[in-house]
Structures are given as C-alpha cells and as structure tokens.
Ligand binder design. Structure first.
Ligand code: NAD
Length: 311
C-alpha cells in the first residue's frame, strides 16, 4: 500500500514533485528545515511535521529530495531521522531522488534492509530503499515530465511506478541498489564533457573566422552532432528558448554541474579508474562558479572559451 506518502526536501525540485503527488490524490506528510517552505504546504492543510521521524511514523513510503549525500545521511540516520524507529519502522519503502554518491546510497540501502517492519497482516518484512534520481530539471519537475533512473529491488520498483508517473513521464530500471545514482552521474559527466567540446570547437571556429551559426549547421548535419549542438546550443542567438539566448538564466546551474562532476570524480577514484576529462571538466566548472556564474545554466561554459561578440 502506497497511499500515505512522506516527502522531505521541498526545494526547487521537491516543491513541484510534492505538489504533483498531492494533485494525483496521494495523502502527503512533508518536512523541510526551511519553515517558510513548510508553510506553503501547511497553509493548504497539508500535514507538515518537525522531524523526518514524524514523517516516517505517518507514511507508507517516504521520498527524499535533498541537496547532497551528507544531507541524505543525516535525514536517514541522524537524531529523529527516518530510521529512528529501528525495527518498528512504519514505511516499507524509502525512495531517495537526490543526486548523491553511489557509496552512500548503497550503505543506506543495506542499513534499511536490516530493519524489520511489521506489516498489518502480521508478517514481518524488511523495508526497501530505491535510489531514483531524476533528469529534467526544475521545469520537468513542474511539468511532471521528469525521468527517473532507479536502482534497487525490481519488485519495489514496479510497486513504486505509479508514484514515479505522478511526478514524471519516464522511468528506467537500472538494477542493483546505487545503480540509479551511478547512471545519473555518468549521464551528467557525458553531458558536461560534450558541452565543453562543443563550446571549445565553436569558439575556435569563430577565432578562425567561421560564424557559430554556420559551424552549428555543419555540426548538426555531420559527425559532431549532439544534444549540446542541436538542442541546447551554448552560443547566444543560435537557438531560441534555450538558456544561452537569455543570458544563461534558468536551466541546470553550473554549481549543480560542478557537484555532479565531483561525485563522478570521487566514484572514479574509488574504483581506480582514470578520469582526466572528469577532472578537467570539474576544474573548468569550478572556475566558472568562482567567476560568478554559479547560478547560471551550465552551457555558460562557452564563456570560458569565448568572450567576444557572438555569431
Ligand atoms: P534545493 O537546495 O533547492 O532543495 C533542497 C531542499 O532540502 C531545501 O528546501 C532545503 O531546505 C531542504 N533540506 C536541506 N537539508 C534538510 C534537512 N536536513 N531536512 C529537511 N530538509 C532539508 O535543491 P534542488 O535543486 O531541489 O535539488 C535537490 C536534488 O535534486 C539535488 O541532489 C540535486 O543535485 C538534484 N537535482 C536537481 C536538479 C535541478 O535542476 N535543480 C535537477 C536534477 C537533479
């Protein structure tokens, strides 16, 4: 049974996701450390409680959407955290949609499966955790078009599908615990590097006298074509409706891209895999953040290579 849903972390993403669950008819109990955010829900009669433990006490399933690994760990295992109830846990399913490191996610999943939950029919069962990070950004969260990449037990994934479709339009089952977050950080690593490649090449082309629009046309009908060239072009004025054409406002911030690259780098180092492009991409995004671009869309990295007139 998944009627009573707890939701923790009502920020840029979580606010919309929780609202979409409410609109789909689920009965929510919410929590955030930011009281003004909580009030946006309690003012509408939604149950807003003080601690993650109180969320757990009144929910069949709990969803977390928090900034980083340390926040997720403290919400689960801190004082009055979700797992405070130990063997008397009420929820049988925990879904973490935050982008965190696979190691933390797998550790939590093991902790959780060691707790016993007592089902109403009297059969003791272990609760389950799914890692289910998302792509689609704040606009996708608002429009209910997110994609969920899900790791954990397949039965739990199938049971949770209606929840995912109340918040998004696509789900991909990735296998074992932690595989959802692994997929997410690999996707963002590939996206960061392709954006850098397209930006560097478009800047070089302009330096050599070819306009960015001519070069983009060539890329898009040749082997360099990719999402960064044909759907999210980083050069202002080439495409309408993308962040580069509104001074890089909105979209996916450089700060979040740097965070995801840090997770990719740490994961690569953990398994002793070489990651020169991850390291260089991270350096460039950190530099962009320190130059004042931290809240700008990550395609602003074009400015790392080119500061002249565009096109
Ligand atoms: P956010 O910072 O806007 O929201 C996080 C919320 O968690 C805030 O409201 C904060 O007050 C709350 N919070 C922090 N610590 C807490 C605690 N201990 N207990 C309860 N609440 C707490 O972040 P966001 O942009 O919504 O992103 C959330 C996650 O989703 C991140 O892991 C991010 O990497 C990932 N993500 C974000 C985007 C995006 O475009 N914003 C896209 C895909 C994935």
């Amino acid at each position: 049974q998944l009627e009573k849903v707890g939701f923790i972390g009502l920020g840029n993403m979580g606010f919309h996701m929780a609202n979409n669950l409410i609109n789909a008819g689920y009965k929510l109990t919410v929590n955030d450390i930011d009281r003004s955010t909580m009030r946006k829900f309690s003012d509408r009669g939604i149950s807003a409680v003080e601690t993650p433990f109180e969320v757990a006490e009144s929910s069949d399933v709990v969803i977390t959407m928090l900034p980083s690994s340390s926040h997720v760990s403290s919400v689960y295992t801190g004082e009055y955290g979700l797992l405070h109830g130990g063997s008397q846990l009420r929820p049988w399913l925990f879904i973490d949609s935050s982008t965190i490191d696979p190691y933390t996610s797998r550790k939590l999943s093991m902790n959780i499966s060691q707790c016993l939950v007592k089902e109403s029919k009297g059969n003791p069962n272990s609760p389950v955790m799914l890692d289910a990070p998302v792509s689609g950004g704040v606009l996708g969260a608002a429009a209910r078009t997110l994609t969920f990449m899900v790791g954990g037990l397949e039965d739990a994934y199938l049971a949770a599908k209606p929840l995912f479709f109340a918040m998004g339009k696509n789900t991909v089952y990735c296998g074992a615990p932690g595989n959802g977050v692994a997929a997410k950080i690999c996707n963002n690593l590939a996206m960061a590097v392709s954006m850098l490649g397209v930006s560097e090449a478009l800047a070089l082309g302009q330096g050599l006298g070819i306009s960015a629009s001519t070069l983009t046309n060539i890329f898009n009908s040749s082997s360099a074509r990719c999402w960064s060239s044909d759907s999210y072009n980083p050069v202002p004025g080439i495409m309408e409706g993308v962040p580069s054409s509104r001074s890089y406002a909105g979209g996916f911030s450089s700060k979040l891209m740097a965070k995801d690259l840090m997770l990719a780098k740490a994961s690569a180092e953990e398994i002793h895999q070489k990651c020169p492009l991850t390291s260089e991409a991270l350096n460039i995004y950190m530099e962009m953040c320190s130059r004042g671009y931290e809240s700008k869309d990550f395609s602003c990295v074009y400015r790392h290579f080119y500061s002249g007139d565009d096109n």
